[in-house]
Write a protein that binds this ligand. Structure first.
Ligand code: OAD
Length: 256
């Protein structure tokens, strides 16, 4: 995007944001990419272009080879723990403080939004930093020794394997977060989608619901995607560059 065009679009987006009374922001892996957390579907660097989702992120995969799944999640945990929020995360926390009502919904399993100061985040796909028993769901506090083990630890209550508290393929989502996200999407007047491919449901349904309810849809992404047909304003580029400029423009508009 050319600089002048980008500035014009950011200004337009900022005006839409300042005139909205209820904003919902949906983030995907793209928002954490500049922090060094791999996305899922980007060519070469995306996790699903290097690893088998079915083997590593499904209940059947865990059943077949719990050790393999455990070690892969311990690697992902290390990557996430080494990452720090980027200017995009910080700008979303700033935007929340500038908007009348701002609900942050994420598909990400990292905690970079929290680290950047966002609060009350609706995590649709769980968290890489939390663990629970795969059978009785008892929460489990991970020890350093357990991280290095070849097999998952076992549940203190029932003795079954412990797993990461993330949503795997074929599993239901945490219903409270999903319900709150759908309510927010159907009653917002602007939805900001950031770094989400729009390929994974039910998260990808949220912008469609918002659009049907009359909301304006803003999209920040490196490239157009399946949501493009319903997007009112597309800001093409890195979220870590666009979001800080957007938050700054909103702040200037508010200050008059
Ligand atoms: P994807 O990897 O499918 O898509 C990432 C999106 O971010 C793509 O549209 C990229 O173009 C865009 N992107 C990459 N870098 C960016 C940047 N710096 N700035 C802006 N955009 C950027 O990730 P998600 O859509 O989040 O589910 O994937 C959804 C779900 O699929 C994940 O939560 C995960 C996965 O399977 C589960 O694990 C349940």
């Amino acid at each position: 995007m050319k600089k002048a065009n980008r500035e014009r679009l950011i200004d337009q987006a900022a005006r839409l944001l300042t005139s909205a009374s209820a904003v919902v922001c949906l983030t995907g892996a793209g928002v954490s990419a500049e922090s060094g957390v791999p996305t899922f579907r980007d060519a070469q660097t995306g996790l699903w272009s290097q690893f088998e989702a079915e083997e590593l992120a499904s209940p059947q995969g865990f059943e077949r080879d719990p050790g393999l799944v455990w070690r892969w999640y311990m690697w992902r945990l290390t990557v996430v723990e080494a990452a720090t929020p980027n200017p995009g995360h910080a700008a979303l926390a700033r935007l929340a403080s500038l908007c009348e009502e701002f609900v942050l919904v994420t598909q990400n399993v990292d905690n970079l939004h929290e680290q950047a100061g966002s609060a009350d985040i609706l995590h649709l796909h769980g968290s890489l930093l939390h663990f629970r028993c795969q059978v009785c769901a008892q929460p489990h506090r991970l020890t350093d020794a357990e991280r290095r083990r070849q097999l998952p630890p076992t549940c203190a209550r029932c003795g079954e394997f412990v797993r990461p508290d993330v949503v795997w393929f074929g599993e239901g989502l945490p219903w409270q977060a999903v319900e709150a996200a759908f309510v927010a999407a159907s009653s917002c007047d602007l939805m900001l989608v950031v770094g989400a491919s729009g390929l994974v449901y039910p998260a990808a349904q949220l912008p469609l619901i918002a659009k049907q309810a009359g909301a304006t849809i803003l999209d920040i992404n490196l490239q157009p995607g399946p949501l493009s047909s319903i997007v009112d304003l597309f800001l093409q580029g890195k979220s870590g560059e666009i979001l800080p400029a957007l938050a700054q423009s909103v702040a200037w508009l508010i200050q008059g």
